[in-house]
Ligand binder design. Structure first.
Ligand code: HEC
Ligand code: HEC
Length: 278
């Protein structure tokens, strides 16, 4: 009996040490300071730029993840996960300067210097200065509303373990990917900014804990421009099936594409398919 009690005490002690290690280690990852470039981006004020910014915020997934008008969402809330909640944007942004917002979106570092998770910073970091300016111009038009989510993200043991093992990738990037202006290769730019958050060119890929996104290059190579256009405009049964938050983001991004962008994307993906031999 006494041995059983001792064993139990030992197990409890080990559990406490592991839990403390998990917490301290993940807090270190969340809180460590990040040196990232300090980019200055001009923010336009004209209505056309703001409207385009609203469209780009759909392509970028801001509106898919944070709600169509940035009202915020709750993705998960349970003991193991904790609470994962893309917050209401107007409320959060009130405390951000334009430069801090550039740092958040492009480099994944929050206003207080801490680490951001789950925002696809490789794709978000690919927006050109002038487009990022348009997105921020649109963000600045958002007003706090009665329907805004007040829920804050707080990480439970599972994502904290993910931070330590690297399976939950932090959004921080240290290197500038973005060009100054929207580049002439539209197809590649659309892929980098709007699709690469989830898709790869030559391999199937599962973004985070979401469903597998099929390799895009072979998907485009298999069909002509008209069929590809039809697929994106009306035939996206697989995007259309609701499979959690990822589906909503994907749908919003594809719906926001213009006809010229779809044609350019198709040409780019076909070229990549030939290059990859797929
Ligand atoms: C894939 C989903 C996703 C996309 C796309 C996304 N976000 Fe987020 N965002 C989140 C989640 C989840 C959080 C909370 C994560 C955290 O606190 O670490 C968050 C946090 C934020 C915050 C709060 C930062 C703070 O100080 O706490 C802001 C502001 C924000 N996002 C703005 C944006 C903007 C602007 C865009 C588009 C350019 C965008 N997000 C795109 C999911 C997303
Ligand atoms: C937030 C993640 C996400 C984004 C962003 C995204 N997709 Fe997807 N996409 C997926 C997932 C996941 C699937 C597989 C859906 C399934 O199996 O339910 C998919 C499937 C597809 C398919 C196959 C559809 C079919 O019916 O066979 C195509 C084509 C596609 N995506 C194109 C795009 C293009 C083009 C973009 C960029 C404009 C894009 N996607 C952006 C996640 C995403």
């Amino acid at each position: 009996m006494r041995r059983a009690v001792k064993l139990f005490e030992a197990l409890v002690a080990i559990a406490i040490v592991l839990a403390a290690g998990l917490f301290v280690g993940s807090e270190w990852i969340i809180g460590r300071n990040h040196a990232v470039p300090d980019d200055r981006v001009a923010i336009p004020r004209d209505p056309a730029a703001i409207a385009e910014g609203g469209r780009l915020a759909r392509l970028a997934g801001c509106r898919g993840c944070h709600g169509p008008n940035g009202e915020g969402r709750v993705w998960a809330s349970d003991r193991l996960t904790g609470t994962i909640a893309p917050p209401a944007l107007a409320r959060k942004l009130a405390g951000y300067s334009d430069a801090e917002l550039v740092r958040l979106i492009r480099y994944g570092v929050k206003r207080d210097g801490s680490t951001l998770f789950r925002m696809p910073s490789r794709a978000l970091g690919s927006w050109a200065d002038d487009d990022l300016g348009r997105i921020i111009a649109w963000l600045r038009t958002l007003k706090p509303g009665a329907g805004d989510s007040r829920v804050e993200t707080s990480y439970g043991p599972l994502p904290r373990l993910g931070m330590l093992t690297g399976s939950l990738e932090e959004s921080v990037r240290h290197v500038r990917l973005a060009p100054a202006h929207r580049p002439p290769e539209t197809g590649r730019y659309v892929y980098d900014t709007a699709c690469a958050a989830c898709h790869r060119l030559g391999d199937d890929h599962a973004p985070g804990d979401g469903p597998v996104a099929p390799a895009l290059a072979p998907r485009a190579a298999g069909q002509g421009p008209a069929a590809f256009h039809r697929l994106l405009r009306t035939g996206m049964e697989r995007h259309g099936r609701d499979r959690g938050p990822i589906s909503a983001v994907a749908r919003d991004a594809v719906h926001a594409l213009g006809d010229m962008e779809i044609a350019a994307l198709h040409a780019y993906l076909r070229g990549e398919a030939a290059r990859l031999g797929r």
